[in-house]
Design a protein around this ligand. Structure first.
Ligand code: ATP
Ligand code: MG
Length: 163
Protein backbone atom coordinates (compact mmCIF):
# COMPACT_ATOMS: atom_id res chain seq x y z
CA UNK A 1 0.00 0.00 0.00
CA UNK A 2 1.09 3.59 -0.58
CA UNK A 3 -0.28 6.59 1.23
CA UNK A 4 -1.14 10.10 0.09
CA UNK A 5 -1.54 12.69 2.81
CA UNK A 6 -3.48 15.86 2.34
CA UNK A 7 -5.25 18.44 4.43
CA UNK A 8 -8.61 20.11 3.89
CA UNK A 9 -9.54 23.37 5.59
CA UNK A 10 -13.33 23.29 5.24
CA UNK A 11 -16.20 20.89 4.70
CA UNK A 12 -16.38 22.14 1.10
CA UNK A 13 -12.76 21.11 0.50
CA UNK A 14 -13.45 17.67 1.94
CA UNK A 15 -16.47 17.40 -0.36
CA UNK A 16 -14.32 18.35 -3.36
CA UNK A 17 -11.77 15.73 -2.28
CA UNK A 18 -14.55 13.12 -2.11
CA UNK A 19 -15.82 13.99 -5.58
CA UNK A 20 -12.30 13.73 -7.03
CA UNK A 21 -11.62 10.49 -5.20
CA UNK A 22 -14.75 8.94 -6.69
CA UNK A 23 -13.22 9.38 -10.16
CA UNK A 24 -10.39 7.01 -9.20
CA UNK A 25 -12.71 4.27 -7.92
CA UNK A 26 -13.91 1.27 -9.87
CA UNK A 27 -16.47 -1.46 -9.41
CA UNK A 28 -15.32 -3.94 -6.75
CA UNK A 29 -13.64 -1.29 -4.61
CA UNK A 30 -14.02 -1.34 -0.86
CA UNK A 31 -13.45 2.07 0.71
CA UNK A 32 -12.63 1.95 4.42
CA UNK A 33 -13.52 5.21 6.18
CA UNK A 34 -11.76 5.57 9.52
CA UNK A 35 -11.84 8.43 12.01
CA UNK A 36 -13.23 9.58 15.32
CA UNK A 37 -16.81 10.71 15.98
CA UNK A 38 -17.43 13.79 13.90
CA UNK A 39 -14.26 13.42 11.83
CA UNK A 40 -16.30 13.62 8.61
CA UNK A 41 -16.82 10.01 7.48
CA UNK A 42 -20.49 10.46 6.58
CA UNK A 43 -19.96 13.78 4.79
CA UNK A 44 -17.12 12.21 2.84
CA UNK A 45 -19.23 9.15 1.97
CA UNK A 46 -21.91 11.55 0.72
CA UNK A 47 -19.42 13.34 -1.53
CA UNK A 48 -17.96 10.08 -2.87
CA UNK A 49 -21.44 8.69 -3.58
CA UNK A 50 -22.37 12.01 -5.21
CA UNK A 51 -19.37 11.67 -7.50
CA UNK A 52 -20.61 8.19 -8.40
CA UNK A 53 -23.93 9.62 -9.56
CA UNK A 54 -25.95 9.16 -6.38
CA UNK A 55 -28.18 12.04 -5.23
CA UNK A 56 -26.22 13.20 -2.13
CA UNK A 57 -29.50 14.08 -0.38
CA UNK A 58 -30.39 10.41 0.01
CA UNK A 59 -27.01 9.59 1.55
CA UNK A 60 -27.49 9.62 5.30
CA UNK A 61 -25.65 8.03 8.19
CA UNK A 62 -26.35 4.27 8.19
CA UNK A 63 -25.80 4.07 11.95
CA UNK A 64 -29.15 2.39 12.57
CA UNK A 65 -29.80 0.77 9.19
CA UNK A 66 -26.19 -0.52 9.05
CA UNK A 67 -26.27 -1.09 5.28
CA UNK A 68 -27.81 1.28 2.72
CA UNK A 69 -27.84 0.77 -1.03
CA UNK A 70 -27.84 3.61 -3.53
CA UNK A 71 -28.20 3.56 -7.29
CA UNK A 72 -25.27 5.29 -8.95
CA UNK A 73 -23.21 4.63 -12.07
CA UNK A 74 -22.54 1.39 -10.14
CA UNK A 75 -24.46 0.17 -7.08
CA UNK A 76 -23.08 1.89 -3.98
CA UNK A 77 -23.37 0.27 -0.55
CA UNK A 78 -22.86 2.45 2.52
CA UNK A 79 -22.23 0.64 5.77
CA UNK A 80 -21.49 1.64 9.33
CA UNK A 81 -19.75 -0.78 11.69
CA UNK A 82 -20.05 1.47 14.75
CA UNK A 83 -22.80 -0.52 16.44
CA UNK A 84 -21.52 -3.97 15.59
CA UNK A 85 -20.11 -6.09 18.39
CA UNK A 86 -17.87 -8.21 16.20
CA UNK A 87 -17.01 -9.12 12.63
CA UNK A 88 -19.44 -12.07 12.72
CA UNK A 89 -22.32 -9.60 13.02
CA UNK A 90 -20.96 -7.78 9.99
CA UNK A 91 -20.84 -11.01 7.96
CA UNK A 92 -24.34 -11.97 9.12
CA UNK A 93 -25.64 -8.73 7.60
CA UNK A 94 -24.52 -10.11 4.25
CA UNK A 95 -21.41 -7.98 4.00
CA UNK A 96 -19.22 -10.81 2.74
CA UNK A 97 -21.40 -11.16 -0.36
CA UNK A 98 -21.10 -7.46 -1.10
CA UNK A 99 -17.39 -6.87 -0.51
CA UNK A 100 -15.50 -6.98 -3.79
CA UNK A 101 -18.63 -7.75 -5.85
CA UNK A 102 -19.91 -5.56 -8.73
CA UNK A 103 -20.42 -2.49 -6.57
CA UNK A 104 -18.55 0.05 -4.50
CA UNK A 105 -18.69 -0.35 -0.71
CA UNK A 106 -18.16 2.65 1.57
CA UNK A 107 -17.63 1.49 5.16
CA UNK A 108 -17.66 3.87 8.13
CA UNK A 109 -15.77 2.66 11.22
CA UNK A 110 -14.06 0.10 8.98
CA UNK A 111 -11.33 -0.38 11.61
CA UNK A 112 -13.91 -2.35 13.61
CA UNK A 113 -14.23 -4.98 10.87
CA UNK A 114 -10.71 -4.74 9.45
CA UNK A 115 -10.17 -8.52 9.76
CA UNK A 116 -12.71 -9.31 7.04
CA UNK A 117 -12.01 -6.50 4.57
CA UNK A 118 -10.08 -7.22 1.37
CA UNK A 119 -6.37 -6.37 1.51
CA UNK A 120 -6.71 -4.37 -1.71
CA UNK A 121 -9.03 -1.86 -0.06
CA UNK A 122 -8.86 1.92 -0.40
CA UNK A 123 -8.27 3.13 3.13
CA UNK A 124 -9.16 6.69 4.14
CA UNK A 125 -8.22 7.92 7.59
CA UNK A 126 -9.56 11.30 8.69
CA UNK A 127 -8.10 13.21 11.64
CA UNK A 128 -9.38 16.52 12.95
CA UNK A 129 -6.59 19.06 13.12
CA UNK A 130 -8.92 21.92 14.09
CA UNK A 131 -12.66 22.52 14.12
CA UNK A 132 -12.66 22.98 10.35
CA UNK A 133 -9.46 21.24 9.20
CA UNK A 134 -8.89 17.57 8.55
CA UNK A 135 -5.75 15.62 7.74
CA UNK A 136 -6.70 12.85 5.32
CA UNK A 137 -4.55 9.78 4.64
CA UNK A 138 -5.41 7.84 1.51
CA UNK A 139 -3.79 4.39 1.30
CA UNK A 140 -4.14 2.45 -1.92
CA UNK A 141 -2.51 -0.62 -3.47
CA UNK A 142 0.83 0.43 -4.96
CA UNK A 143 -0.14 -0.06 -8.65
CA UNK A 144 -2.98 2.45 -8.27
CA UNK A 145 -1.14 5.26 -6.52
CA UNK A 146 -0.35 7.28 -9.66
CA UNK A 147 -3.97 7.40 -10.70
CA UNK A 148 -5.06 8.53 -7.27
CA UNK A 149 -2.33 11.17 -7.26
CA UNK A 150 -3.53 12.48 -10.60
CA UNK A 151 -7.22 12.46 -9.73
CA UNK A 152 -6.60 14.08 -6.35
CA UNK A 153 -4.18 16.76 -7.50
CA UNK A 154 -5.55 20.08 -6.38
CA UNK A 155 -7.16 18.59 -3.26
CA UNK A 156 -4.65 20.32 -1.01
CA UNK A 157 -0.97 19.73 -0.43
CA UNK A 158 -0.12 16.08 -0.54
CA UNK A 159 2.88 13.86 -0.16
CA UNK A 160 3.37 10.16 -0.72
CA UNK A 161 4.59 7.79 1.93
CA UNK A 162 5.48 4.14 1.31
CA UNK A 163 4.01 1.62 3.62
P1 ATP B 1 -19.81 9.66 13.27
O1 ATP B 1 -18.66 8.82 13.73
O2 ATP B 1 -20.57 10.23 14.41
O3 ATP B 1 -20.67 8.96 12.26
P2 ATP B 1 -18.62 11.17 11.10
O4 ATP B 1 -17.15 10.90 11.06
O5 ATP B 1 -19.48 10.45 10.15
O6 ATP B 1 -19.15 10.99 12.59
P3 ATP B 1 -19.86 13.55 10.07
O7 ATP B 1 -21.21 13.13 10.49
O8 ATP B 1 -19.52 13.51 8.62
O9 ATP B 1 -18.74 12.75 10.90
O10 ATP B 1 -19.65 15.01 10.65
C1 ATP B 1 -18.50 15.79 10.39
C2 ATP B 1 -18.74 17.18 10.94
O11 ATP B 1 -17.55 17.97 10.85
C3 ATP B 1 -19.83 17.91 10.17
O12 ATP B 1 -20.59 18.66 11.09
C4 ATP B 1 -19.02 18.84 9.26
O13 ATP B 1 -19.73 20.02 8.92
C5 ATP B 1 -17.84 19.17 10.16
N1 ATP B 1 -16.64 19.60 9.45
C6 ATP B 1 -15.98 20.76 9.68
N2 ATP B 1 -14.90 20.88 8.92
C7 ATP B 1 -14.83 19.77 8.16
C8 ATP B 1 -13.92 19.30 7.16
N3 ATP B 1 -12.82 20.00 6.79
N4 ATP B 1 -14.16 18.10 6.60
C9 ATP B 1 -15.23 17.37 6.97
N5 ATP B 1 -16.14 17.74 7.91
C10 ATP B 1 -15.94 18.94 8.50
MG1 MG C 1 -20.94 8.92 10.33
Amino acid sequence: METLILETHSLAETQLFGARLSAALCSGDVVALIGNLGAGKTHLAQAIAGGLGVDPEIVTSPTFVLIQEYEGSVPVFHMDAYRLNDTDEFLELGADELLGADNICLIEWADRVADVLPRKQICIEIESTSETSRRILVSVPQPRIREFQQKLSGSGESKTVDG
